[in-house]
Design a protein around this ligand. Sequence first.
Ligand code: CTP
Ligand code: MG
Length: 218
Amino acid sequence: MIAAAVLVAAGSGERLGADLPKAFIEVAGRTLLEHAAMRFADHPEVRDLIVVAPESHRDEAAKLAPSATVVAGGVTRQQSVSAGLAALADDVELVLVHDVARAFVPAEVISRVIAALADAAAVIPVVPVTDTIRRSDPATGELHETVDRSRLSAVQTPQGFRRVELIAAHDGAPADATDDASLIEARGGKVLGVAGDVRAFKITYPLDLKLAEVIAHD
Ligand code: CTP
Ligand code: MG
């Protein structure tokens, strides 16, 4: 099956608070976009690479990921994913949607997701939740019960999809829909979980860059 990766990098990285979009921040001498793109470009089972960049940084993205097709993203992540899907080659059968913010995803996770697509329309990498989690009311700050952690999974990327099912799910979806896997599920498709990896964590806050630096030198 021919696979393509859509790397979404069009966010602004507000929570990181830097003066440039998150994908263009450097860790260990390379931008997050380069770290992420490398991992997919080097993967033997991924043929095509599509990078969804901020409109202002399209040329920059094309320089950093020379083997990729670069398109401009949208206001929401969902819109950015849609822009990436529109650039897929006709013969692509499997699509991996990946957050460039998860720049250090190990190759094994990519392989596991692709392998599991033999049995499901959608595959998501998951890791156990380590924090104790309570339901709460964001409006009042009131705390409710603790949720049983053993019944929760944190979802990472790349999330893998059979192309036809993902396109169909996107076509009917609102622009601010939750994640792609939920869209598939809403249409009755099967979503399979595979083991993620802590190294595929999402770089969100400045402190996360320190962990990224450690992983990059590992
Ligand atoms: N993303 C995107 N287009 C958007 C919003 C997000 O391509 N309109 C991408 C980001 O570039 C990132 C991934 O989706 O790789 C996950 O989003 P997040 O970690 O929230 O990144 P940002 O939206 O850039 O960060 P923040 O929410 O702090 O602004
Ligand atoms: Mg965001």
